[in-house]
Write a protein that binds this ligand. Structure first.
Ligand code: HEM
Length: 148
């Protein structure tokens, strides 16, 4: 049961953050300032789903990881710390700033500088989450093979 919650929360977090990233790039390249403001507002609300999903995958992962000595589990744990710091220190503050700025239609140099930072932090988290998902699937295969 816990393994399913862990895997589902991980898949959900990965999907939602990828959607944020794509919606940002598409809206800012091809749409109007009003649409950009709507997308930035929706992303800020979406954070209310992303943060609990990350807490859930990190919490369940820490519990599942107890007693494992495999380097792959240590790597998952290390990545999770980076994912959480990135989220709390960069993604959440920049999503708030960008939504407020876009709402005021201030799409200036500061907006795009913070946007670039947010896209970079988002891409980093997408890569780290994907690596942990891949490692999770390899741990699952290992467990299935061991079960007689
Ligand atoms: C603190 C960070 C994490 C730790 C310590 C951790 C640890 C583990 C461990 C030990 C397992 C194997 C459980 C077992 O077979 O008994 C596992 C499975 C898994 N993990 Fe993680 N994990 C972490 C984060 C993540 C993240 C961020 C993702 C995805 C984005 C993820 C995706 C998965 C998946 C898909 C499985 C397979 C579940 C199954 O067997 O059905 N994990 N994890």
């Amino acid at each position: 049961m816990l393994k399913s919650i862990h895997a589902t929360a991980g898949a959900f977090a990965l999907t939602i953050i990828s959607c944020f990233w794509l919606a940002t790039v598409i809206s800012e390249l091809f749409t109007s300032p009003q649409t950009i403001a709507t997308v930035k507002g929706l992303i800020l609300w979406g954070m209310a789903l992303l943060v609990p999903a990350l807490v859930m995958v990190g919490g369940s992962g820490t519990y599942l990881g107890k007693g494992w000595r495999l380097p792959v589990v240590k790597a998952k744990s290390r990545r999770m710390k980076l994912i959480a710091s990135n989220g709390l220190l960069i993604l959440l503050p920049s999503a708030t700033f960008l939504a407020m700025r876009a709402d005021a239609e201030q799409l200036d140099t500061i907006f795009y500088a913070v946007q670039a930072l947010e896209l970079l932090a988002g891409a980093t988290n997408i890569i780290l989450l994907s690596l942990s998902f891949r490692d999770g699937l390899s741990l699952r295969r290992r467990r299935i093979q061991k079960t007689p």
